[in-house]
Design a protein around this ligand. Structure first.
Ligand code: COA
Length: 333
């Protein structure tokens, strides 16, 4: 008789460790304003960004992802060989195939794990955490490495007034594994394809090839549309996430939203009526918007500043191109 097919019951999953890597080049607003006829004051007032991190000469998506992943493994006391799956959320890996995850899994010295990238832009990290949580809880994997990594400086037009000052480079990684108690709540996620064009790659690759002098496509955005959608719809998604998790807003310690724009973060916090004690991530001020990497980078900053401590309950919410979103509550490692 064949072995019975058993699905483990009662297995919980948790975030076991976090690691990050920021682009090393500090780029102040003053370096960008001339090309977009702007000012440091305008950028700070509209976005809350003072400076952003871009890659230095020896850095790229692979080096940042590798450094963040190695730090996450060390923080979780999990060996690379124990990793069953690597999931990378990114929109700036310029190879259509194979995935950055497969390369990263090899460079880390893992033992042939499942490895794949997901495309959910700025919402990618929370999508990947949701998938990893389900994988661990269902017994598909024991340890999953989740990475959010972006090299947006390469895909940002220096002369686009609506985006040139927004984006930054970096990577953040977490290891998700089994736990005696629930460490990750249910994911609330969705998309609004009617707004497919609100944030997009400026040109389809086929049309790039048709150009006389092909240039790298860049991120194009209808800023006002995105602003309205994020500021008004995402607070409702955040509340739904708390409801699905079965906790009240008073019970969370940290609010770690995607670092899109300081004004969006403030609008969400107001709409959610966050209590005074909830610490709010504001990493965007000197990191810029790093899309799929922004939530782990922002959480790491909160540890560094003494605002986050092990065991805190954090509400994560990510949103962006699609337009897509994903959110969950996690207990931070
Ligand atoms: N510097 C100076 N002035 C600028 C400018 C710039 N970079 N870009 C636009 N302006 C001017 C416009 O010409 C306009 O001037 P006018 O009132 O004299 O006509 C004015 O500022 C307002 O332009 P608008 O395009 O409506 O700006 P905005 O208030 O919507 O701010 C963003 C632009 C990009 C900061 C804002 O739309 C935004 O943050 N959107 C969300 C972006 C985001 O979070 N994206 C990531 C999602 S994952």
């Amino acid at each position: 008789m064949s072995t019975a097919w058993t699905i483990p019951t009662g297995t919980h999953a948790a975030v076991l460790g976090l690691g990050v890597d920021r682009g090393k080049r500090v780029v102040p607003n003053s370096e960008l304003v001339a090309a977009i006829d702007s000012s440091d004051e305008w950028i700070q007032q509209r976005s809350g960004i003072r400076e952003r991190r871009w890659v230095g000469p020896d850095e790229d998506l692979v080096t940042m992802s590798l450094a963040a992943s190695q730090a996450a493994l060390a923080a979780s006391s999990v060996e690379a060989a124990q990793i069953d799956a690597v999931i990378v959320a990114t929109c700036t890996w310029t190879m259509q195939t194979p995935s950055l995850a497969a390369k990263l899994a090899y460079l880390l010295g893992t033992q042939a794990p499942a490895a794949f990238d997901i495309s959910a832009a700025c919402a990618g990290f929370c999508h990947a955490v949701g998938i990893a949580n389900d994988m661990v809880r269902s017994g598909t994997a024991r340890y999953v490495l989740v990475v959010g990594a972006e090299l947006l400086s390469e895909m940002t037009s220096r002369t686009d007034r609506g985006t040139a000052f927004i984006f930054g480079d970096g990577a953040g990684a977490v290891v998700i594994g089994p736990s005696d108690v629930p460490g990750i709540g249910p994911v609330v996620w969705g998309s609004d394809g009617e707004q497919f064009d609100a944030i997009r790659q400026s040109v389809d690759w086929r049309d790039v090839l048709a150009e006389e002098e092909p240039t790298m496509p860049y991120i194009a955005m209808d800023g006002a549309t995105v602003f309205r959608w994020a500021a008004y719809q995402m607070a409702k998604v955040a509340q739904e996430t708390l409801d699905r998790t079965g906790i009240r807003v008073e019970e969370i310690d940290l609010f770690v939203p995607h670092q899109a724009n300081m004004r969006i973060i403030d609008a969400m916090a107001r709409a959610m009526k966050l209590p005074e004690h909830v610490r709010i991530a504001r990493d965007i001020a000197d990191q810029g918007n790093t899309s799929a990497a922004s939530i782990p980078l922002a959480l790491a900053r909160m540890y560094a500043d003494g605002e986050a401590k092990s065991g805190d309950l954090a509400l994560l919410i990510a949103f962006g191109a699609g337009l897509s979103y994903a959110a969950q509550v996690v207990r931070v490692p």
